[in-house]
Design a protein around this ligand. Structure first.
Ligand SMILES: Nc1ncnc2c1ncn2[C@@H]1O[C@H](COP(=O)(O)OP(=O)(O)O)[C@@H](O)[C@H]1O
Ligand SMILES: [Mg+2]
Length: 194
């Protein structure tokens, strides 16, 4: 099926989730993440800042900062379809809505952070499959970004169950994630599967 059709259908379903359910399920997803050894060992974590009924990441940002980790968040360059990590110092004071209305660091609060120093990347998505394939919003922002992290860094997609499909098409430029976490399960992707 066409990526654009799946995208539209799933975004509609996700938008229909009542706010209370989004908050409750998001907490469950974040709890699973905080239990992971890869989280506990990470010194620097990059996370998206949720919008439009994505799995909420506020709890993760607060906990990671409290745990003494470096938290970096994306700054969006719409023109070049790229995201650049920026170290977050004050949360939420340093943030304001960016070009896509997603929160990002204000111009004078940006501290560019080397992607090669990131241990764990938390990836948003419209859908994921059981092999870690990801359907994004159609800009390829994370496909470009994930090329820049070190090979041993771990990428984790966060999703509600309704966003997990058995099989998504993978284009040559698509970069799969190492884990998908939902309110119900941890899906660990077997890297040797290709
Ligand atoms: N690493 C890359 N270099 C150049 N173009 C890329 C790269 N990754 C993705 N793209 C381009 O970005 C566009 C959107 O990618 P797609 O995978 O469909 O979106 P998304 O990952 O957001 O679902 C595609 O046309 C693709 O060719
Ligand atoms: Mg892609």
């Amino acid at each position: 099926m066409l990526k654009s059709i799946i995208r539209g259908d799933l975004l509609k379903c996700r938008c229909a989730l009542p706010p209370g359910e989004v908050a409750r399920k998001s907490k469950m997803v974040i709890e699973r993440l905080l239990e992971m050894e890869e989280y506990q060992k990470a010194s620097a974590i990059m996370t998206y800042l949720h919008f439009r009924n994505e799995v909420e990441t506020t709890g993760l940002v607060r906990q990671a900062m409290a745990d003494g980790k470096r938290v970096v968040v994306p700054v969006t360059d719409i023109f070049n379809r790229r995201i650049t990590p920026s170290l977050l110092v004050r949360f939420p004071e340093d943030l304001e809505p960016g070009p896509l209305r997603i929160l990002e660091p204000k111009a004078n609060s940006r501290r560019l952070y080397n992607p090669a120093l990131i241990d764990l990347v938390i990836v948003p998505g419209v859908a994921f499959d059981l092999e870690g394939n990801r359907l994004g919003y159609g800009g390829g922002f994370y496909d470009r970004f994930l090329l820049l992290i070190k090979p041993e860094a771990v990428s984790v997609g966060l999703a509600f169950e309704l966003q997990v499909l058995p099989r998504l098409e993978r284009s040559p430029h698509d970069i799969p994630v190492n884990y998908v976490l939902t309110e119900d399960r941890v899906i660990k992707i077997n890297c040797t599967g290709g």
